[in-house]
Each structure stands twice: as C-alpha cells, then as structure tokens.
Write a protein that binds this ligand. Structure first.
Ligand code: 3PG
Length: 218
C-alpha cells in the first residue's frame, strides 16, 4: 500500500529511538501525575516519553505533558487503530508506538504527522511494515517472542531494520539487547513504577531515568 504523507513528523522514528537508551512505557491513571512524572524523567535525562492509550486519562495526560513540559517529547503508545492515532495527535503527541502493525494505522499516523514505531513479532509482520516504508520497528513482546536470540536471527534477513525491543525488558536484561547491532534502544515500563506514581515518589523516577541513561549501546 502506498502511504501519502500530509504532515511532516517533528521527529523521525530513528530520532525517537536514538534520543536515549530507553523509551519509558508509561501507564497513567491520574492526570495529576502526568506533569511531575514527565519532569522527573526529563530531570533524569529521558525526553522521549511513551504514554500508553490504555487508561481513560491517557489523552488528558498527553495533553498536559505537551502543554506544560516543553522539554519532554511526548508520544502515544498502544495506538491500535486510526482513531487512536488521530486522538493522540490532537492531544499533542509527537510520535506513536503500536503493539502490532496494520496499513490503516500506518496511514493514519502519516496523515497526522506522527512518526510510528510499528510493533512486530514475526518475519511476515516485518515484511509488511517494510512494504509500507518502515525500517525502525518495535519488537513486541520481546522476551516472550524470542528475546535477544530472535533479534540475532533477524539480523540476517532483516539486516536493514533497527529494533526497539519492548516487553519483558528490565534494568537487568536491557544491556543484553542494547549490545546487539540491530537494536537502537529498548522500551520498558520499569522507569515509571505504579507504586512510585501512587506515592508521588518523583525522586525515584528521576533516579531510574538517570540509571537508564547510563546503559550503553554496544
Ligand atoms: C507494554 O506495552 O506493556 C510494554 O511492552 C511494556 O512491557 P513491560 O511492562 O514488560 O516493560
């Protein structure tokens, strides 16, 4: 399918991937948490923030971060259809991440001016995303779908693809992924623990972000 770009994304998918070693995958249930959490991540060195569209407050949280934390670059995760992409862009998201890939999600993100990291877990999905022009992909769910060994195997036929493995990636195993030549960054929820949000423990989130920034790409 040929996709038509109607707006230019402010950041390319590669820029989204290369800003820091980790893209935090964020679940927010309370809009009051959004701004202090984003400020804590930015203070720790992480600017690209993936706020997942899995709570009723997610869009309001994206909007609050986009308006009040200009140092952050907020994106939407869990973008599953064209309506999600449109809502995310309207809320101020600057990029999108999807758990899988469909041409309609790809087209909607192009139309809305959002770079997209499409999720893939099989060779056929990689080939479909590549047919639509995507060479920077999310490998999801990374640990469950084969982990670092899968990425090494894909490095042969899909030598021109860079991945952001997400799903089961932790502070402990992130380096194993980041040492691979076809990995540009990892994604993970460990930077923003639910209990830190509940307690308003922004210092902990800042520390987790700072530690994540110390992770080294090969
Ligand atoms: C998700 O979409 O839930 C992400 O892949 C996060 O997975 P994690 O909680 O294992 O980091």
């Amino acid at each position: 399918m040929a996709v038509n770009t109607t707006k230019t994304p402010p950041f390319s998918a590669l820029q989204v991937m290369q800003d820091a070693p980790v893209i935090p995958v964020i679940v927010l249930n309370d809009v009051a948490h959004a701004v202090p959490m984003a400020r804590a991540l930015v203070a720790g060195g992480i600017r690209m923030l993936e706020v997942t569209l899995r709570t009723s407050q997610a869009l309001a949280c994206i909007e609050a971060i986009a308006k009040e934390v200009p140092e952050a670059i907020v994106g939407a995760g869990t973008v599953r259809n064209a309506a999600d992409a449109k809502a995310a862009a309207n809320a101020g998201a600057k990029f999108a991440v999807s758990p899988g890939y469909t041409p309609s999600v790809g087209q909607a993100c192009h139309d809305e001016g959002l770079s997209l990291l499409p999720g893939v877990a099989t060779g056929s999905e990689i080939m479909m995303a590549q047919e639509d022009g995507y060479t920077e992909l999310k490998f999801f769910p990374a640990m469950q779908a084969g982990g670092p060994a899968m990425l090494k195997a894909w490095g042969g036929p899909f030598f021109d693809v860079r991945f952001c493995p997400t799903g089961g990636v932790t502070a402990q195993n992130a380096s194993e992924f980041l040492s691979l030549s076809n990995v540009a960054c990892v994604g993970g929820s460990w930077l923003v623990p639910a209990e830190a949000l509940a307690k308003g423990d922004w210092a902990r989130i800042e520390k987790l972000a700072r530690e994540a920034c110390q992770l080294k790409l090969r």
